[in-house]
Structure formats: C-alpha cells, structure tokens
Ligand binder design. Structure first.
Ligand code: ACO
Length: 512
C-alpha cells in the first residue's frame, strides 16, 4: 500500500502504523500530521514488520544567490589568459552572497522553500541534520537557528545537529538521516537534511572556484531516489592531509594547497571506487554472477564538483580504473582502443600524467556526455557550493532528465571533503515513472531550475571584488548592520537584518 501512495501519503501511513501497529491506514491530509508532543506511541509497535522500504530522498530543494559574476569577465579583470577559468576550469558563472546572507539565512531559505513547495507541516519532521563548513559560531549549531521555523508547529522533538568536514558534511548528514530512518530509533517521521555553504577564497588562483548555495533533502521511506542498502553499498576512504583547511577562526577563507587537493580528490576517487566495486562484486558472487562492476553499471554518475573540468577528469579516471582492473580486455576493440600503451601504469603515478589524462579523457568523452554532463548545470553556472555541490549535481540531473530516462537507473554519487573524507555510494531510482508518481513529483519540482539560474543578476567583477572586501571586513563583526541592498534577493529569501553587540543575529524574509 505504501508503495502505491505518494510520499506524503506514505508518511501518513507510517505515522498511522506507529499509532496502530502495522495496519495500513490511508490518511491523506498532511496538515493533519500531529505534533510529536501529542502523538501517542509514535514508535512502530511491530518494528520488524514495519521495516521501512526504499529509504531515500523524497523531495529536494536548491537555493543559490540571485547574483553572479561572469567568468569570462573575471578572467579579464584578474588579468589571466582568456579561457583559463572558462575552458581550463570549465566554469561559466559564479554565484556569490553579499553581507546580507550568511550560512543561517541560506539554510532558513532552503528549508522553508522545501516545506512550502511540498506543502509539508513542520510536525512531520523528526530529525534535522545540517552539513556545513561555513562556521559562524564555534558552539551554536545552524540546526538550532532553523528551529525558529518549527516554532509555530510546537514541534521541538527534532533530533540531529551540525556535521562538519569540508565538503563532506552534507553526505555525513544524509547517512545519519538514512540510518535513523532505518533504525530502531525511528518514530515514523521524515528526516530533513540541509547542506549549505558560502565558498569564498582570497584573491588569487583559487578565487574563481568559489560559489554559494544550499540544498535541502527530505529523507523517508518509499522514496523515488533510494539509497541502495545491500551489504553496505558504500566505498569510503578517509585520510589525514592538509590539502584545504580553515585554521584561521576570523577568516572565511581556507588555506589551500590546490595541487595537493586535486591529488587527494583523485586518489580518494580511486580508493572509493575500488572498495565500492569489491563490495558489489561480492554481492553479485553470492547471487551466482562472477562479472566485474564497470562504469557502465552506473546509469548516471555525479561528483562533488570543485570545478567542472575536475569532474570530467574524474570520469576519465574511473575508466582508467576499469581498464587497469580488466586484464582480459582486448584493447584493440571498443572503448579501450588505442590505450594498450598504458596497460602497465600504476594509478598512484598518474594524478598529473598528461598523456594518461588526455588518452582517457578522449576515450571517456561519450560516457561523460551520457552519464555526467547534465549534472554539471548548477556547478558550471553557480560554482562550488562545497557541501551541497554534489547534491546540486543531483538537482541538475533531475531537472534535465525525464522520469522515464531516470526510472530504474543506478546513480553513482562521489562525495569528497578535504582533509580528507570521501565516499562513493549509489542511489537507485524507482521504476515508477508514471505521471503523479513520486519520481514525477521530484523532477517536476525542479523543472524551473534553469529559469531560476537564468533570472539571476550579472554583477561586474569590480563590484564582486568590492563585495568580497566587505564580507572580509565585516562577516565576523558584532554590532553590525549589513550595508548591501535586499531588493535583488529572490522572493522568499531570508536575509541578515543585524548582528547585535552580543553577536546575536536577527533575520527577515523577502515576501513571497
Ligand atoms: N585556456 C584554456 N585553458 C587554460 C588556459 C587558457 N588560456 N590557461 C590555463 N588553462 C588551463 C590549465 O592548463 C589547467 O588545466 P589542466 O588542469 O587540465 O592542466 C587549468 O586551466 C587551470 O590552470 P592552472 O594553472 O592549473 O590553475 P591554477 O593552478 O592557477 O589553479 C586550482 C587551479 C588549483 C584548482 C585553484 O583554482 C584552486 O586551488 N582551487 C581551490 C581548490 C580546489 O578546488 N581543489 C579541488 C578539490 S578540493 C575542494 O573541493 C575545495
């Protein structure tokens, strides 16, 4: 019954299951969702029979700033060779925030938009997790700021706080949320995960790889985007490195070793893919098949995207991994044609090997076009959002593919956070692509993505630079009233009104 219902109805079903044991009761009005403070016996009575099915992403909302700087203009302004940012890094526009927005306002905006767009009541959320590396307070979490949105509902029974490790925090938050829904702690309500960051760099070669934004994801059972659970289908690699970190507590800027960060990213991808493939192969062996997993087993492949060129190189890297582990392939045929010379190379020697990179970029170009290119819309137009980056890629994919193209596909997801922590996992898209299905709903809800990106305001590089200077000088101040206008913010955007003498922040919202 739950499968046949939409997400909201399924939630109601779950809640009813909690109240009445495992009797499937249809209860369709989301506003009737009771506050947990008054909801009796919310834990499933018969947990085994009620094990939630197909836990994953039920709804997704993305927010990015309403202003951007054009990368071609930025190349001229910075005095670098034409094409360095646009062709070399693959970036066309970069979103940025004025002093009116901070991590709290970004998350307030995206959460309220998700709740409104899906007509959800705040009572329906039992867990709220925030993944971010934009730290404005060493103690108070962004999650607690978001609890302001819950006040009218009276729902304070909401687990979860913030998670931080560079761009990986959002993924850690999602895993916590999925694990909660699949655990004995689950009380039948949705989890909500928010990934948000303001990615800004000091002037210099890293600055064009900035960006800003937030993604909110509703996690629950009977989802259109299902987290594959069989035998822990996740490949993780974590290691100590100083590739990118933020040791200066009063600066928004990271300390970056750009080349090392690329090496760490690519080595993490190799390791995660190795672990993921081994796990899935072991699973297939149990089922009687002894074939290897290859890139072709992903219908789509999305990546944390610091800049688009690195993602394209990552697809090439996965093909290189497939090639090196497939000792029986006949290179004269098919996709490996012309690659024989690379048979004996070692992965760890090739992070910056131009010949290997060029050959495998060429060999994988069609795979990139089919499986990954569409996912780079937000990344190329808005830049690196840090924790939401890979989920912005998911939003881009959902916005540009039809439910029929997506149905039944396995989406590979590579999440990387410097320092470093990385996981490759997969999402299985539901088979049901019929109009009105949960898949149809999530793709429809993102169908205005391109229009929203196109409606942003282009800001000249000198004004952008001035804006960065204002942030640099003021983002940490007490007793501060932001100077920038709120007129051009998208409707429904939360913004900073003032920071008082005790660093307490007050926000207001642009009318919808
Ligand atoms: N036309 C076309 N391409 C050009 C041109 C031109 N005129 N000029 C340069 N290029 C190419 C370069 O060949 C290079 O391509 P390649 O990587 O394929 O060799 C690319 O543009 C970039 O040029 P570089 O000289 O390598 O750039 P630089 O070293 O100045 O900065 C870097 C790049 C290191 C990515 C920097 O922007 C940075 O530090 N960013 C932040 C760190 C980062 O994003 N790391 C990634 C993982 S960690 C994370 O997500 C934060």
């Amino acid at each position: 019954v739950a499968r046949a219902l939409g997400p909201l109805q399924s939630l109601q079903l779950a809640l009813r299951v909690g109240e009445e044991g495992c009797h499937a009761v249809q209860h369709l009005d989301p506003s009737a969702c009771k506050s947990s403070t008054t909801m009796p016996g919310s834990l499933p009575v018969n947990a085994e029979a009620c094990w939630p099915k197909d836990v994953g992403i039920v709804a997704l909302e993305i927010y990015f700033p309403s202003q951007y700087v054009d990368q071609t203009e930025l190349e001229k302004f910075d005095g670098v060779d034409a094409g360095k940012y646009t062709i070399g890094l693959g970036q066309s526009k970069m979103g940025f925030c004025s002093d009116r927005e901070d991590i709290n306002s970004l998350c307030l905006t995206v959460v309220q938009k998700l709740m409104e767009r899906n007509s959800l009541s705040y009572d329906c959320i039992g867990r709220l997790e925030v993944g971010t590396e934009t730290i404005i307070d060493k103690s108070k979490s962004v999650k607690t700021v978001l609890m302001q949105l819950f006040e009218d509902s009276g729902n304070t029974d909401v687990e979860g706080i913030d998670t931080t490790n560079a761009c990986y925090g959002g993924t850690a938050a999602i895993f916590n949320a999925v694990n909660w829904v699949e655990s004995s702690s689950w009380d039948g309500r949705y989890a909500l995960v928010v990934a948000g960051d303001i990615a800004v760099y000091a002037t210099g070669n890293a600055r064009p790889t900035g960006g800003a934004g937030a993604v909110a994801m509703l996690i629950g059972p009977n989802a259109p985007l299902i987290f594959e659970r069989e035998t822990g289908l996740r490949g993780t690699h974590m290691q100590h490195a100083y590739d990118f970190y933020k040791p200066d507590m009063v600066s928004e800027y990271p300390v970056v070793d750009g080349k090392l960060s690329i090496q760490c990213y690519l080595s993490a991808l190799d390791r995660c893919y190795f672990v993921y493939r081994n796990k899935i192969r072991a699973q297939w062996q149990k089922e009687g098949s002894d074939r290897d997993f290859t890139l072709n087993d992903f219908g789509f492949m999305i990546f944390h995207s610091p800049y688009c060129k690195l993602v394209q190189k990552s697809v090439a890297r996965l093909l290189l991994n497939d090639f090196l582990s497939d000792q029986n392939s006949k290179p004269e045929n098919g996709i490996y044609s012309g690659l024989e010379a690379f048979r004996d190379i070692k992965l760890e020697d090739t992070y910056f090997d131009r010949d290997v990179e060029k050959a495998f970029m060429k060999a994988s170009s069609e795979l990139f076009n089919q499986k990954t290119k569409a996912s780079l819309l937000v990344s190329s137009q808005n830049g690196n959002m840090y924790t939401p980056s890979v989920y912005g890629c998911l939003a881009s994919l959902l916005a540009q593919c039809s439910p029929q193209q997506l149905a039944g596909q396995r989406i590979g997801v590579f999440s990387y956070g410097s320092g470093f922590a990385a996981t490759l996992y997969s999402i299985r898209v539901t088979q049901d692509a019929t109009p009105g299905s949960s898949l149809d709903k999530i793709t429809s809800s993102l169908s205005d993505l391109k229009t929203r990106l196109d409606s942003r305001k282009c800001i000249a590089p000198d004004v952008f630079a001035e804006n960065m200077k204002i942030r640099q000088e003021t983002h940490h101040l007490a007793n501060y009233i932001p100077q920038c206008s709120v007129d051009d913010l998208f409707e429904g955007t939360w913004y900073l009104v003032r920071v008082d003498e005790k660093h307490r922040r007050t926000y207001a919202r642009r009318p919808v």
